[in-house]
Design a protein around this ligand. Structure first.
Ligand SMILES: Cc1cc2nc3c(=O)[nH]c(=O)nc-3n(C[C@H](O)[C@H](O)[C@H](O)COP(=O)(O)OP(=O)(O)OC[C@H]3O[C@@H](n4cnc5c(N)ncnc54)[C@H](O)[C@@H]3O)c2cc1C
Length: 370
């Protein structure tokens, strides 16, 4: 049962605090595509559940990312086929349901859809199936006293026999590098190319976010270098959708045709102030040579990681892959905390260690996984 307790005045309004005195079957943390897909199936199975979401609506991640708004999950509307399963193979954004009208394809005819449209789609999914989602509820503590007890930053409190964490990769992965605090980050750097006119720019990271950032600057920046310690992984060679996709790969063309842009295989070791700009030391991957180069801007696009800080010590899940993802069984349960499950992009902890990796890094793949 949900109890509402009257609290003091907050912004001139009386706020109600929710305390659950009875355990739900499931609390799902996060109303991204993974959390909503699970909510659909939990509801259909007649289980008691609640989705709690930090943002004011579903799909909070996609309201900000990708920064340049073009999704890399394809939306092929015209396939020439009637077979719904076959069509889903080429529609990477739809959640699964028993209603064809709740596919993503009617929402956009763009092969590379805009992320804002995807957020609208998720909102319709919630409304259409009347899913139980509580917004503006950021879980800041997960403890265990037999059941799980989840406390939100607004004071709301929930109990559940099982918790499914679908919080995505919510913390930027910032490598430990001398002078990293001088660099800008993908999450907050300007996306206005005019701010980079005639500048020398170093972008650290070799994933889609790095190349999406580089592509956006090509008309204005004088020189762009993209650097990372490993050789470039190309999705069309590895068949892993999370590696560099052709839609973000214009930059490689400019590199090969010697147009002042370059891809460097090397690790950034140090960033120092140098007048108005920065002196960056990069150690080449295949030669023991330290290159020093001056840049006006240094931008880190080094990805994101799972945030385990909300868990109390006695139910903190073990992590894997440089502590970026929770370590989990093949049933997506924590290896060390029974009844704690994971969904969505953080199940990559399962997938990346396989070869070839299962594509749990896209909306479509996680929908199928459930
Ligand atoms: C830069 C970038 C671009 C990407 N572009 C694409 C793309 O175009 N197409 C694609 O398919 N995939 C893309 N991905 C992968 C993408 O992250 C996943 O496909 C998708 O977001 C994963 O869904 P999810 O539900 O697991 O996580 P998310 O979509 O991240 O959802 C997690 C939800 O949990 C909420 N939350 C987090 N912490 C808490 C808390 N403590 N309490 C309550 N709520 C919380 C968040 O607000 C969020 O709404 C991209 C990834 C990155 C990093």
């Amino acid at each position: 049962m949900l109890l509402s307790l009257r609290l003091g005045r907050e912004n001139s309004q009386v706020r109600e605090r929710t305390v659950v005195d009875e355990s739900l079957d499931y609390v799902v943390v996060g109303a991204g595509p993974a959390g909503l897909q699970l909510a659909y199936f939990l509801q259909r199975a007649g289980l008691s559940y609640l989705v709690v979401e930090a943002g004011s609506g579903p799909g909070t991640f996609f309201t900000r990312f990708p920064r340049h708004r073009k999704m890399i999950s394809v939306n092929k509307v015209h396939t020439g086929w009637d077979d719904p399963e076959l069509n889903l193979r080429m529609d990477w954004n739809s959640l699964l349901s028993d209603q064809e009208k709740l596919l993503f394809t009617p929402y956009s005819d763009k092969f590379w859809p805009n992320a804002d449209v995807f957020v609208d789609y998720l909102a319709s999914f919630v409304t259409e199936f009347d899913l139980k989602v509580r917004y503006d509820t950021r879980i800041e503590r997960i403890e265990r006293d037999g059941d799980f007890v989840l406390t939100a930053s607004n004071g709301d409190c929930f109990r559940a026999r099982r918790v499914i964490v679908a919080t995505g990769v919510s913390r930027p992965y910032v490598p430990k590098i001398d002078g990293i605090e001088l660099a800008e980050q993908y999450e907050t750097v300007s996306v206005d190319p005019d701010d980079f006119t005639d500048q020398r720019v170093l972008i650290v990271g070799k994933g889609n976010s790095a190349y999406e950032t580089a592509d956006n600057l090509t008309e204005r920046a004088a020189v762009i270098h993209v650097a990372g310690p490993h050789s470039q992984k190309l999705a069309w060679r590895t068949h892993f959708v999370g590696h560099l996709r052709a839609i973000n790969a214009n930059f490689l063309d400019m590199y090969q045709l010697k147009l002042q842009n370059a891809v460097l295989d090397g690790a950034v070791e140090k960033i120092e102030r140098d007048g108005d700009g920065y002196l960056v030391s990069i150690r080449y991957a295949r030669r023991d040579v330290l290159m020093q180069s001056r840049y006006d801007r240094v931008i880190f696009c080094t990805g994101f990681r799972f945030d385990a800080s909300v868990f109390a010590e006695d139910c903190r899940p073990a992590l894997t892959i440089s502590d970026r993802f929770p370590d989990q069984t093949s049933a997506w349960e924590s290896v060390n905390v029974p009844d704690l499950y994971f969904a969505g992009t953080i199940t990559q902890g399962c997938a990346i260690s396989r070869s070839p990796p299962a594509p749990s890094s896209t909306v479509s793949a996680m929908a199928y996984a459930h």
